[in-house]
Design a protein around this ligand. Sequence first.
Ligand code: FUB
Length: 317
Amino acid sequence: MFKKILMAAAVACGAAHAATNPLFAQLYTADPAVLVDGGRVYLFTGHDEALPEGKDYVMHEWRLFSTCDMVIWKDEGVPVKAKDFAWAKGRAWASDVVKRHGKYWFYSTVEHATVPGFSIGVAVSDSPTGPFKDARGSALITNDMTQQTDVGWDDLDPAVFIDSDGQAYLYWGNTVMKYAKLKANMTELDGPITAVPVKDFVEASYLHKRKGVYYLSYSQGFPEETAYMTGPGPTGPWTPRGVVMGKNFNTKTIHQAFFEFNGKSYVAYHNAELPGGSEYRRSVAIEEFSYRPDGTIPYIPQTKSGPKANPSAACKP
Ligand code: FUB
C-alpha cells in the first residue's frame, strides 16, 4: 500500500517510478556512479542502446536520475554526452562524479578520435544536473600514457576519490589497475601513474572510505564478480577481502559503486534483469547493506525489491 502511494506521488510530480530492482524500466542503464549532495542521491548511468540482437555496446550518452528517499526517482535526463568531448569518437562507457570547489566534476570513459584506444575525459558543471562542459579540451588519460599492456581498452572506468586532507586520487583501468594523484584543479595529474597489482582484476576499480578504513573494490574474473580490498590509506597496502556480489546470469559485467546516504550504506551495480536484457542491454540496481562490526562488507545478494524508503530531511525536492 505504501509503495502504491509513493508510486502515485511519483506520477503526480513527474518522477520516474517507485523503486524495485532494476530501478529504471523505461530504458537500459549500466555502470552506475553516485554523488550524494544536498541530501539527494544523484545516480549517473551509462545508457545501453543496443538492439536485442546487438553484439556490442551502443552507448552515446550518460543519463541522470535523482532521489530524496531511495524509492522515488526523478529522471534528470542527459547531463552529458560522449560528443561533448570534441576530441572523442564516442562510446560513453563508465563514469564517476565528485564535488569540489562548489563545482561538479564528471570523469568518463570515451574512445579517442585520434589516439587509438579508450581514454578518460573530465567535464565540469555548476550543477549536479549539468550541463557538463569539457574541462580541458583534451583527454586527461590516453591509451599511449600507459604501457603495462598492449590492449586498447586498458584505460577506462575512472573512479575519483577526494581524501579528507584534500588530495584527490584517480583510479582506473581494465586488465591492469592504475592510479594517479590529481591536482587541486581536478583537471591534471599530479605525479606518476602507478600500477596496482591485483589478482584477477578486470575493471571497475572504486575507492571509498569509512571510519578511517579505505575500501578498494573492483570487478574480478569474467563473468565478473565484485571483490574488494581494504587498506590504511588511499594507496594501500591492500588486504584482499573477497567477493561481495556474485556473477550476473545474462551479462558478464557488474560495475559497482558504494555510497552512504542518510545514515545507510548502499551499493549500486548493474545486471540484465529487465525484459529483453542481455550482455549489451543492462539495468542498474541498488542494494542496501550493513557493514559488519569489524568494518568488513558482507556478501550482498541481489534483490528484486531494491532499497527501502529512506527519506532525507535535508532533501530539496
Ligand atoms: O559499459 C561498458 C563497460 O562495461 C564498462 O566500462 C565496464 O565497467 C563494463 O561495465
